[in-house]
Write a protein that binds this ligand. Structure first.
Ligand SMILES: C[S@@+](CC[C@H](N)C(=O)[O-])C[C@H]1O[C@@H](n2cnc3c(N)ncnc32)[C@H](O)[C@@H]1O
Length: 295
């Protein structure tokens, strides 16, 4: 009987965690996500990017234009980072200003565990002063879930290098969730991948054909591996590419998606990479950024 109850509780816990966004304090995140499994960060690739543990890309080695704009705006405010992986931006934000209320979200609990552990290290080294650790929370959840909700809306949300993993339907839901998670006057900061990257350059002619034909979601690919340019990747990098869908975005598509969700677009443009990379760099339009405001 007790076995049945334990199994049932596990199924219930798994169902809840895959449906809702669950919030953890710093100590709870350390206990639940770090101390039990002790996940560790993989080694960085040659261009400085660190692969994620769930084959959802890699973390950027430098702070890009939109992340720097977010950091400036975030000071002393209440902010959320969606898909923040190992907490690079969180650590920078708290280093700059420890009274910023920072909520870090990710789909993978191991990433959140590593982020909590890295925060502990910075506090121990006195690089981050955390008088009020209750300012930091960890949100284990999926931004594309219709059940996504937050207790209190934020002043700003950063979503860097996450849109590429979503389908068109998931992107619509994510934008709707971003909108409801912000205060009026609050801002979203987004950086996404454009089709103009060396690694997948064989997709560009197909993308341009779709653009010319006026097709919706011209940058959506069912299986990204079919466009992988093996010449621009090491064997290790090739192995980090998951089979499956991928979304490249351009300035017009990203801007339309944000406006459809109700945002006023303040800035939306192509940007070059913020770091050197033989595998990604093509012509200076590798990324597309958007800063938007909830009216
Ligand atoms: C390429 S990494 C980007 C990490 C960091 N934002 C950066 O730019 O360096 C993508 C991260 O987004 C997370 N992610 C992907 N889909 C997500 C979703 N639907 N909801 C929340 N996080 C997601 C992944 O787990 C991964 O940690």
């Amino acid at each position: 009987m007790s076995k049945i109850i334990v199994t049932f509780s596990w199924i219930l816990a798994l169902t809840i965690s895959s449906t809702f966004a669950a919030t953890f304090t710093f100590h709870q995140a350390l206990e639940s996500f770090y101390k039990k499994a002790k996940p560790s960060m993989p080694a960085a690739e040659s261009d400085g990017r660190t692969p994620t543990l769930n084959q959802k890309g890699a973390t950027a080695p430098t702070l890009d234009y939109v992340t720097l704009s977010f950091l400036d705006f975030a000071k002393n405010k209440r902010v959320l980072e969606v898909g923040g992986a190992y907490g690079n931006v969180m650590l920078e934000a708290l280093h700059r200003n420890s009274s910023t209320v920072y909520h870090l979200n990710d789909l993978d609990e191991r990433h959140l565990g590593i982020a909590a552990f890295r925060l502990q290290e910075k506090i121990d080294q006195r690089k981050i002063c955390m008088a009020g650790l209750e300012n930091v929370q960890f949100i284990y959840g999926d931004i594309t879930q219709p059940s996504w909700n937050v207790k209190k809306p934020y002043d700003a949300i950063l979503m860097a290098n996450v849109m590429r993993f979503l389908t068109p339907t998931q992107i619509d839901q994510a934008f709707s969730n971003l909108f409801t998670s912000l205060k009026s006057g609050g801002r979203i900061f987004i950086i996404a991948m454009s089709p103009y990257v060396k690694r997948y350059k064989s997709f560009i002619p197909e993308y341009q054909r779709r653009l010319k034909a006026g097709l919706p979601n011209p940058g959506f690919v069912e299986n990204i591996r079919q466009y992988a340019n093996e010449d621009s990747m090491s064997q290790d990098q090739l192995h980090t590419i998951a089979n499956g869908h991928f979304m490249f975005l351009d300035d017009v598509t990203l801007s339309n998606l944000a406006q459809k969700a109700g945002f006023k677009v303040l800035e939306c443009t192509f940007k070059s990479l913020s770091y050197k990379s033989d595998s990604w760099e093509l012509d200076g339009r590798e990324n597309v950024i958007l800063i938007g405001e909830k009216p």
